[in-house]
Each structure stands twice: as structure tokens, then as C-alpha cells.
Write a protein that binds this ligand. Structure first.
Ligand SMILES: [Fe+2]
Ligand SMILES: [Fe+2]
Length: 409
């Protein structure tokens, strides 16, 4: 597909099919060009070209992002207003610093349990749902103590562990949104368990398909789709699995307009668990480093999902999800007016534009700095103003390393 994009959106791997100007005005010999590095992007920017045409069949796609103003417009729109009493629950019981280390341990433990579950199934043994349920309860308890801790930790990602990390992250986000929506503890645990096991049927899909480095053929995609039915076969008869948990496994690929799978359910037939699962499943897939696309930053992923409200995803639930994540979700990298880059570590609940951040880089001097925390709500002026989110790859920021250090400090 040929599409027009802003030069700011360009990144390595994009194929420019037309510079949208005559060739003398741009720095390359031909009017078609594959972007190989951010230096290429800088060269184009310097010519003053604002928009170019890209061909997404010959290179990777780029995604749009919400500007601060667009976000505020959504937050202030009529449909987004909530009546008193319906506000989300953002209460925390322990400070972030105290919960972070535990959150990292829970993430590691959850990963081991899930790997074991996959192995058990592959060796023909049944899945130990009681073991899985106890790690899920740990996730839910951590979220109740301080939801930002696991949300932040969920940004530690390793491309090779995608299958496990994805399931754990979907369960963390599910626990978070269910808690924010003030569900009963039992209901939160049920949906989180469903989220944790939502892709368990993939344990029956050949690794060649799961880890394929090129896009799947239609036949391979049909095989992959079977993971939903396999998942149901593996767990539906188990006594520890409630109907709410099963709904997430069975319906996370259903879409409101009936184009999902396996049952092509419509908006009125899909359960709440299926609707929540669908949004979170796609959000985590988009923000992860996949074979088909580099990771989107959280704000880009939200924009992609928001654009599909009413068509694929439930509008009310997306709005709740956006409200839950905030404009700058934990783990986003933001640029401050003062010229610093910072990692968002706690979303701004009182003031959505002013989260607590960790300063990591001085753009004016172009050097990393000793990380330190700053509460943007406690002050005004250029040091405390966010200009926008940035792509960590652009500034060669190793987010994993910063987050691991933070969890261990
Ligand atoms: Fe799935
Ligand atoms: Fe999934």
C-alpha cells in the first residue's frame, strides 16, 4: 500500500516510493529509497521536506501517534465523561519502590510456570491449573498493592520469549483494568487467569509456525487459528476454570463486526471477557517486537486500537483502557521541554499530563545522565513540561536495562 506519512514518522526499514518533491530538492539520487538508518531520516528533514509517500509492500509500515491535544480532546469529549462514582480505582497500598522488586520476581516466577505448562502439554501431561492459579493470584495481589509496578515491569521484553511474555503481560493488563473498574476480587482473578492462559492452545501449534520469521501463508494462518479451540480443549473441563476465565480464551480473537475467529461472533454475542481480552491482546502484540513489525510505543498502539473502536473493539472498554493507561503509560519515554529524556514510571493519576518520571538523558549535551526521579506534578516550567513521547530505538535507549536497574535498586 502506498501512503503519505510525515517525515518525523520515518524509521529504518521504511521504503520511500516518492519524495513528494522534484529530485533536486532531496539528497538522494533516485526518487525511491529504503531508509537504512536514522541518519537518512535526518538528511531528509534537513531539506525541509515535510511529507513523503511510502510503499508498505516493499518496507515496514509506520504508525501515527496521538498528539497531546488529540488526547485531551478525547479526554474532554462528551462520551468520555464519567458520572460520579464511576471513576476508576487507582488506589495504591504500597509505594512503587517497595513493590517493584516483588513485581520483577512475580514476572520471573510467572514465566517459569508458563514455560512448564507448555512443556507439560507438549509431553502429553495435563496442565497444572492449580499452579497457574497461584501465580495468577500473585499478579492480582501485586496489582492491588500498586498497579504501576507490574505495568512498568511488563515493559522488560525479550524478543525470543514473546509467547510467554505476551501471555503474562496480557494478564497484568487485564488484572489492572479489572481492578480499576472496581470488580470483585474473585472476578478479577477469573479474568486474569483467562488472560494468562488465553494463548495456551499455541502449545499445540508447531514451533515453525509460531516462530516463523516471514509472514504466514494463508494455510499456516489457518493452523495458527486453531490455538483457540486447542486452548479450550486443554482447560475447559478443569474444575478451577470458571466461565469468565474461559470466555477470554474462547473469544479473544472475536471482533464486533463478526470478522473474528473461531466463531465469528457479533458485538451482542461476545462476552465482556472476550471484549476486554481482544483489546489487551492486540495492545500487547503491537507494543512488542515482532517479526512483522518493530514495537510501537504505547501511544501509537492506543491510537491504532482507538481507530478500530465500534468496528473491532468495544468503544466503552477502549475508553476505560485509555483512561487506565493514561496519556503517558508507565514505560513510555518522553521528551521534556528542558531537553531531557525520561521514562514514565508512574502514570499521572491526579494530572494526566504530569506523571512521575525518571530522567535518563540530556539531549542538549547528548549524553546519558545518572538516572533520578522527578514528579512532574510538583512544579511548573520547562523542566516539568512534556513535549511528547519518543521512540527508544531512535535514541538508542536500552529500556530493559534501565527498568531492571530500577527494580533492583
Ligand atoms: Fe490468541
Ligand atoms: Fe494473544
Amino acid at each position: 500500500m502506498i501512503k503519505k506519512v510525515k517525515v518525523d514518522q520515518l524509521k529504518p526499514g521504511v521504503y520511500i516510493s516518492d519524495f513528494n518533491c522534484n529530485w533536486i530538492s532531496h539528497p538522494f539520487l533516485t526518487s525511491k529509497k529504503r531508509i537504512n538508518s536514522y541518519r537518512d531520516v535526518e538528511k531528509i528533514k534537513r531539506t525541509g521536506i515535510d511529507e513523503v509517500y511510502i510503499d508498505t509492500t516493499k518496507g515496514i509500515d509506520v504508525y501515527d501517534t496521538f498528539s497531546k491535544d488529540e488526547f485531551l480532546r478525547i479526554f474532554e469529549s462528551d462520551s468520555f465523561q464519567i458520572s460520579p462514582g464511576d471513576e476508576l480505582d487507582f488506589e495504591v497500598q504500597v509505594p512503587l519502590k517497595k513493590e517493584l522488586k516483588r513485581a520483577r520476581e512475580i514476572q520471573n516466577q510467572a514465566s517459569q510456570i508458563l514455560k512448564k505448562a507448555y512443556q507439560d502439554i507438549r509431553y502429553g501431561n495435563g496442565i497444572r491449573v492449580d499452579e497457574v492459579a497461584s501465580t495468577v493470584k500473585e499478579i492480582v495481589n501485586s496489582i492491588s498493592r500498586n498497579h504501576d509496578a507490574l505495568l512498568l515491569i511488563s515493559n522488560i521484553k525479550n524478543k525470543d520469549e514473546y509467547t510467554y511474555e505476551h501471555s503474562i503481560n496480557v494478564s497484568i493488563l487485564t488484572a489492572g483494568i479489572c481492578k480499576a473498574l472496581k470488580m470483585e476480587k474473585e472476578e478479577i482473578v477469573d479474568y486474569t487467569l483467562g488472560a494468562f492462559l488465553h494463548d495456551i492452545g499455541k502449545s499445540k501449534i508447531p514451533n515453525e509456525i509460531l516462530n516463523k520469521k516471514t509472514p504466514l501463508t494463508p494455510k499456516e494462518f489457518e493452523i495458527l487459528k486453531k490455538h483457540v479451540n486447542y486452548g479450550m480443549e486443554l482447560v475447559s473441563s478443569h474444575e478451577h476454570i470458571s466461565e469468565n476465565a474461559l470466555s477470554v480464551i474462547a473469544e479473544h480473537h472475536e471482533r464486533l463486526n463478526g470478522t473474528g475467529y473461531p466463531r465469528k461472533l457479533n458485538e451482542y454475542e461476545i462476552s465482556k471477557g472476550g471484549k476486554v481480552g481482544a483489546i489487551i491482546d492486540v495492545y500487547d502484540a503491537l507494543t512488542s517486537n515482532r517479526v512483522y513489525h518493530p514495537p510501537l510505543n504505547p501511544v501509537q498502539a492506543i491510537k491504532e486500537i482507538y481507530a478500530q473502536r465500534l468496528i473491532h473493539f468495544d468503544e466503552d472498554l477502549i475508553e476505560q483502557f485509555i483512561r487506565f493507561l493514561g496519556i503517558y503509560p508507565p514505560g513510555s519515554i518522553v521528551k521534556l521541554e528542558s531537553g531531557f529524556l525520561a521514562i514514565v514510571i508512574e502514570a499521572g493519576r491526579a494530572n494526566i499530563l504530569r506523571p512521575i518520571v525518571r530522567l535518563i538523558y540530556d539531549l542538549k549535551k547528548d549524553i546519558p545522565i545518572t538516572p533520578r526521579n522527578l514528579d512532574l506534578s510538583k512544579g511548573i516550567g520547562e523542566l516539568h513540561n512534556i513535549v511528547g513521547t519518543v521512540d527508544p530505538i531512535y535514541y538508542k535507549i536500552n529500556l530493559n536495562e534501565y527498568l531492571l536497574n530500577l527494580a533492583l535498586s
